[in-house]
Design a protein. Structure first.
Length: 202
């Protein structure tokens, strides 16, 4: 768990971000969620859907299991059509099966994952077919509470940084400009991004 007093002291040195934080209010400390397997299933289910639709479909998916727990071995054996009837697309049903297989063969235990550094962990998760870099970044930020993640491909973060910092350029040039600005936020870029998302939503 990060020292929020120190984190806000560091982020407050950026005058633009300081105004954003004042506008959005500060976050409270939170603990990591050790169930990365479950978080991945939920993330894949909810992708490209509204929060309400994602929650509804994931709830139907959980209802397919007698105890409401999608144990990896049961997910692997489950008929895809049954998963489709819960609202999952063929692609997402396949990705969920991939996560279950990876959990059994490679492992998604918190103790194992927590020993990896950020880049190593992202590459480990990306090895699962259907899990991209953005998904792995969200897992690191919101499930594992890694404090220094900057998701440069996230549309919301890109748009807010472009508007607030008047970033110019396209493609790699734009990304490098984002990273340069965010250097001042290290090692608390996750918290900075959470404020940018909240600012966008408000």
């Amino acid at each position: 768990m990060i020292d929020l007093v120190l984190a806000y002291k560091v982020l407050g040195k950026d005058p633009v971000l300081k105004k954003v934080i004042k506008s959005t209010g500060k976050f409270e400390a939170s603990r990591p969620n050790p169930d990365v397997y479950f978080a991945l299933l939920q993330s894949i289910t909810s992708q490209q859907l509204s929060a309400k639709a994602g929650d509804t479909i994931f709830g139907r998916f959980l209802d397919l299991f007698p105890d409401g727990v999608p144990h990896p071995d049961k997910v692997i054996k489950m008929n895809i059509e049954k998963m489709r009837n819960a609202g999952l697309s063929y692609a997402k049903a396949g990705y969920i099966k991939n996560i279950a297989k990876f959990s059994i063969t490679n492992g998604l235990e918190y103790r194992k994952l927590n020993r990896m550094d950020d880049e190593e962990l992202m590459n480990y998760l990306i090895a699962i077919k259907g899990v991209g870099r953005w998904t792995s970044e969200m897992i690191l930020m919101f499930t594992l509470n890694r404090p220094d993640i900057l998701p440069v491909d996230d549309v919301g973060i890109r748009n807010e940084m472009k508007a607030l910092y008047d970033i110019e350029g396209e493609g790699k040039v734009f990304v490098e400009n984002m990273k340069e600005i965010a250097q001042a936020w290290q090692p608390y870029r996750t918290l900075a991004c959470r404020h940018l998302w909240r600012y966008r939503d408000s």
